[in-house]
Ligand binder design. Structure first.
Ligand SMILES: NC(=O)c1ccc[n+]([C@@H]2O[C@H](COP(=O)([O-])OP(=O)(O)OC[C@H]3O[C@@H](n4cnc5c(N)ncnc54)[C@H](OP(=O)(O)O)[C@@H]3O)[C@@H](O)[C@H]2O)c1
Length: 270
């Protein structure tokens, strides 16, 4: 938080702690720091988690691509707690150029690893859990050479929606927030791509928005889009809207009507 920022709004409810899967860098770290500012005992998971942590976070080593690590990493998070599923990496490549190992590793990182680890965290939790999941606007946007990444992000979003009934059956105060962000100014995530990070969203600002949404959430489930403005003069400003989005048509914009297919969806801002 910068010296001029308003103080973090306290979180309502009984929550004492937060476990951030992928809390060592980028958006996950920003979410973890904002959790700590709100008085939560905050555990951060990642491969590079190491003691001591200068920011007062509690690091726990976890490699989501290593089944043994997913089975054995500590899940000693005091209940009731927030659980944040943030870890990820990007891959932009045509499927035929993607190696078997890349498919396996990205699937573990973005889907099967977190699902198995979440299974352990939820089994251990006593009292209510508020699960905050960072999927992506790539779960519904038309992209090129990103089929594996987009497919896994859509799987994450669908998995979490369908977890809602059983989480509510387990505890009526359980909550789930599904967040689909657009482009974030996290250069490490977009390694090798020449992007204008000045026109992308600040992860610290997005983390504050996410915690404020979580604090205000009264319903069991909320899905939110946090997309960057493309308006000249306010490029990169986060724009928040609620609810799921219909997947964009995979054809070139306008091509669907020309070939007699379904009408293209209205253009939506990222
Ligand atoms: N950046 C964007 O434009 C953007 C847009 C929409 C959605 N998202 C989503 O937001 C999430 C965070 O992205 P970011 O931009 O903050 O990326 P980032 O800075 O690269 O952070 C990725 C996080 O995932 C962790 N991680 C990576 N591999 C891991 C592994 N094998 N095991 C455990 N943890 C692992 C990293 O920790 P270690 O390195 O310590 O393992 C790090 O904490 C991702 O799920 C991404 O898909 C990003």
């Amino acid at each position: 938080m910068s010296p001029s920022s308003p103080p973090a709004r306290p979180l309502p409810g009984p929550f004492r702690s937060a476990a951030v899967i992928g809390g060592t860098h980028g958006l996950g770290r920003a979410l973890a720091l904002a959790a700590r500012e709100r008085g939560l005992r905050t555990v951060v998971y990642g491969r590079s988690a190491a003691l001591p942590d200068a920011d007062g976070l509690l690091p726990r080593s976890l490699d989501l691509c290593d089944p043994q690590s997913v089975r054995t990493a500590p899940v000693d998070v005091p209940s009731p707690c927030y659980v944040l599923w943030v870890a990820g990496a990007f891959l932009k490549k045509p499927l035929v150029e993607t190696t078997e190992d890349e498919v396996e590793q990205l699937t573990r990182l973005l889907f099967s690893g977190p699902v198995l680890f979440l299974r352990r965290l939820l089994a251990e939790a006593e009292g209510p859990v508020h699960l905050i999941t960072i999927a992506s606007s790539s779960s519904w946007k038309r992209r090129e050479r990103e089929s594996l990444y987009c497919g896994l992000k859509a799987a994450q979003a669908t998995f979490v929606r369908n977890l809602v009934p059983e989480l509510l059956a387990a505890h009526p105060e359980n909550r789930i927030t599904l967040v689909n962000p657009g482009g974030l100014a996290v250069p490490d995530f977009h390694t090798g791509l020449a992007l204008d990070f000045g026109a992308m969203m600040d992860p610290g600002e997005v983390a504050e928005i996410i915690w404020n949404i979580a604090a205000d959430q009264r319903r069991a489930f909320t899905e939110v889009q946090i997309l960057r403005s493309r308006e000249p003069g306010s490029e990169g400003t986060p724009e928040v809207s609620y609810g799921a989005r219909v997947p964009q048509t995979p054809e070139e914009p306008g091509a669907a009507t020309a070939t007699g297919g379904t009408a293209p969806l209205p253009i939506q801002h990222h």
